[in-house]
Design a binder for this molecule. Structure first.
Ligand SMILES: NC(=O)c1ccc[n+]([C@@H]2O[C@H](COP(=O)([O-])OP(=O)(O)OC[C@H]3O[C@@H](n4cnc5c(N)ncnc54)[C@H](OP(=O)(O)O)[C@@H]3O)[C@@H](O)[C@H]2O)c1
Length: 311
């Protein structure tokens, strides 16, 4: 394990590791980190996409740039991150930001497309997380942030691969938080609404959504394609403002008393995130009320009192 390299980071500064800093939210988070005098290990698939960090104040001293494709094998990611973390001597905050969108209806998307989605959004994210955990566990401190989505609360028609990958992140992060909170490691899923990045740009998206497939799915695919076209560039969320709030969550700054006390696993970002989560919760509670007797009908007449999962 690397020892603290005091010459490159002071105890007062947080050392962040952010994946996918070439654009969008990752880029804004890297810029905000430097603006707040912290240090960043910024990763991108193409190292040249990180050149912007050299041109800003503090970039040369407080940014360590490295190329990282999160779909690389675990051993390779581990070696790359070991070198990067040794540069500052520690890692305090991990932002699992890298991700992209695969669209299409389940009957039409290929197995390869679904796997590609999970390789980045889920397996890649968890590989990076597992590489960073030993450093945080040994330090008995750290913050791990996951980029969740309203699509991980509301299964999007013709957007199943992306939704499924974000639902999976919710489950993994929830388990992780229970495993590591006693080690001084905080885990949060940032449940993002729609933010104005290039995520919906045609060249960035993958999947099968052309209207030459199974005719019965034309309407739902068309609805999704039109929604993406109408939304791209007009999303209500400001990535720069989101980046500031991401720093607030990690640094526990600029939070009201209510927010500080109520800080749990999930942190919504964007007014649309609140709307989607509220609707999902109220619909789920309404439905549960109607199914209580039905659910109870499958229990043995007498059953022991067992440890509960509802914790
Ligand atoms: N914008 C939104 O409305 C929104 C909403 C909910 C959640 N999110 C989540 O927020 C995160 C950032 O998205 P964004 O909106 O900022 O989109 P973005 O501008 O397209 O940025 C995505 C980043 O992920 C990187 N990436 C993609 N595949 C990668 C891989 N295999 N290995 C390493 N990096 C990879 C991209 O790098 P390249 O440049 O090399 O492709 C890019 O840096 C994603 O996890 C996304 O799912 C965004």
């Amino acid at each position: 394990m690397a020892s603290i390299n005091a010459s490159r980071s002071s105890a007062r500064q947080l050392v962040w590791l952010v994946t996918g800093c070439s654009s969008g939210l990752g880029q804004q988070i890297a810029l905000a980190i430097l603006a707040h005098d912290d240090c960043v290990i910024a990763t991108a698939r193409q190292l040249t996409d990180l050149e912007y960090l050299n041109t800003i104040e503090g970039g040369r001293e407080r940014a360590y740039c490295t190329s990282l494709d999160v779909t690389n094998p675990c051993d390779r990611i581990h070696e790359q991150l070991k070198k990067a973390i040794a540069y500052f001597g520690r890692v305090d905050v991990l932002v699992n930001n890298a991700g992209f969108v695969v669209s299409g209806v389940w009957e039409e998307v290929s197995d390869a497309e679904v796997r590609q989605q999970f390789e980045t959004n889920f397996f890649g994210t968890m590989k990076v997380t597992r590489c960073v955990l030993p450093y945080m566990r040994n330090a008995r401190s750290g913050v791990i942030l996951f980029m969740g989505s309203i699509a991980g609360w509301h299964g999007v028609g013709a957007g199943g691969p992306y939704s499924a990958s974000k639902f999976a992140i919710e489950g993994a992060a929830e388990s992780l938080s229970k495993e590591v909170s006693h080690l001084g490691i905080r885990t949060h899923v940032l449940v993002l609404g729609q933010f104005r990045t290039n995520i919906l740009e045609e060249s960035r998206k993958c999947g099968t959504v052309d209207l030459i497939g199974i005719q019965e799915y034309d309407a739902i695919k068309a609805e999704m394609v039109v929604r993406h076209k109408k939304t791209h560039g007009k999303q209500p969320g400001d990535p720069k403002a989101a980046a500031e709030r991401v720093l607030d969550i990690a640094r526990l700054e600029n939070l009201s008393e209510k927010e500080r006390i109520g800080l749990g696993l999930r942190v919504p970002l964007g007014s649309d995130a609140i709307d989607v989560i509220q609707l999902k919760c109220s619909k789920t509670l309404d439905s549960l009320e109607k199914w209580v007797d039905f659910a109870h009908s499958t229990d043995f007449p007498i059953s022991e009192h067992l440890p509960s999962y509802a914790m």
